[in-house]
Design a protein around this ligand. Structure first.
Ligand code: SF4
Length: 376
């Protein structure tokens, strides 16, 4: 294993299908106003009969969503559900979406790639991606004929914004002949300059699949180091970081162990190496979910975005989750009122330049041809 560091410029599984079981009716005569980001949205006022479906759903979520908050969410959830049917839309939600989105209006949940792959097989006219912009772009790459919407186009990602297509071109000139692997957390324009994409679940397999001794691996430095420790190939890395996972420290994990003896700590490979060394298990979001389901520890700490911890807590009520305190500010831009407004206005359609799209899709498809390991 060998590492080469390159300085960059300024930084900046499908696991649960949760079809909502709403029992409600919509009164077209009545109107209600729901606050959205910077505006209000007038929608038909739903006459909600919470019914068995919603009450049963809330029983699962009561520990992660206060009742008063849930009551405020109900009319928005109802209005979104009505508009989904009207638009023939499907909602894809990333594992890091908040519980009131993840467990209610979402048709498919998982990581960006799993969502996009599943969406390709779905009979819908519109795909709403509840996640960040690169995820919506990936969904568009794999579903060019469908309308792909993102509720907030400003939902970015510190990893995706850490590198440009020009940076990739410079690295290619610096390391001639070295293939370029890019994490899916990149823009379509950067994917287009790559040979193949990877996810955190299949990064080692993707690197190992290449017929080269030296590989340019972009842009996550910590994921790159994790991969480099598991391959004999020389990796050229970039100093891109996830602004959420880079916050975790080994000292913090040790403090959790002191306070919660026996706690089982799982960490995402976007965390710094010393955090991974301090954890009991390292893996992608799907790997972590599978491990929690398989092992069923009494107490769990997930070194990853807080919403995933809350979503899992609703799924495994018998496990005590000690929630991390780091939220992704980009993921948090997606809200129920934002989803409603997006479906109502059909604004924020994601488009990718056809020339970029063709090359970026090829990089994603090369990864998909390696098999289903990346599904998480
Ligand atoms: S959690 Fe990190 S990698 Fe994921 S979208 Fe937020 S900044 Fe990007």
């Amino acid at each position: 294993m060998a590492l080469n560091m390159v300085d960059c410029g300024p930084k900046t599984g499908l696991f649960f299908n949760c079809p909502i079981m709403l029992i409600l009716s919509i009164s077209e005569e009545k109107k209600m106003t729901i606050p959205a980001r910077g505006s209000t949205v007038d929608v038909p006022a739903p006459a909600i009969d919470p019914g068995v479906g919603m009450e049963a759903l809330y029983a699962r979520l009561a520990d992660v969503i206060p009742r008063a908050e849930w009551d405020l969410h109900l009319p928005v959830i109802a209005a979104i559900s009505a508009l989904k049917r009207e638009r023939r839309a499907i909602i894809l939600s990333h594992n890091y979406q908040t519980p009131e989105i993840f467990h209610t209006v979402s048709d498919l949940t998982g990581d960006s790639l799993a969502l996009a792959r599943e969406a390709a097989a779905v009979d819908a006219d519109v795909i709403v991606v509840c996640g960040v912009h690169f995820m919506a772009e990936t969904a568009k790459l794999l579903n060019p004929e469908k309308t792909v919407l993102i509720p907030d186009p400003e939902a970015g990602c510190s990893l995706a914004s850490s590198i440009t297509p020009e940076d990739v071109g410079r690295l290619r000139r610096q390391y001639p002949g070295a293939p370029v692997v890019t994490y899916v957390n990149t823009s379509a324009a950067v994917k287009a300059e790559s040979d193949i994409c990877c996810t955190s679940a299949n990064a080692v397999e993707v690197v190992e699949s290449l017929d080269a001794d030296r590989v340019i691996f972009l842009p996550d430095e910590f994921l790159g180091k994790y991969v480099a420790a598991r391959t004999d190939k020389e990796l050229i890395l970039w100093k891109g970081h996830c602004e959420v996972h880079e916050k975790f420290t080994a000292a913090e994990l040790r403090r959790y162990r002191q306070q919660y003896p026996g706690v089982y700590i799982l960490a995402h490979p976007e965390c710094p190496p010393e955090v991974l060394a301090e954890s009991d298990f390292t893996g992608s979001t799907a790997d972590m979910i599978r491990e929690v389901g398989r092992r069923r520890p009494e107490q769990v700490f997930l070194a990853t975005e807080i919403s995933m911890s809350r979503n899992l807590a609703a799924e495994f009520p018998e496990i005590r989750f000690i929630h991390p305190c780091y939220a992704c500010p980009h993921m948090q831009r997606i809200t129920l009122p934002g989803i409603l407004e997006c479906l109502r206005s059909m604004r924020h359609a994601v488009e990718v330049d056809p020339l970029v799209s063709e090359r970026a899709r090829r990089a994603v498809e090369r990864m998909l041809e390696l098999g289903p390991r990346e599904k998480r």
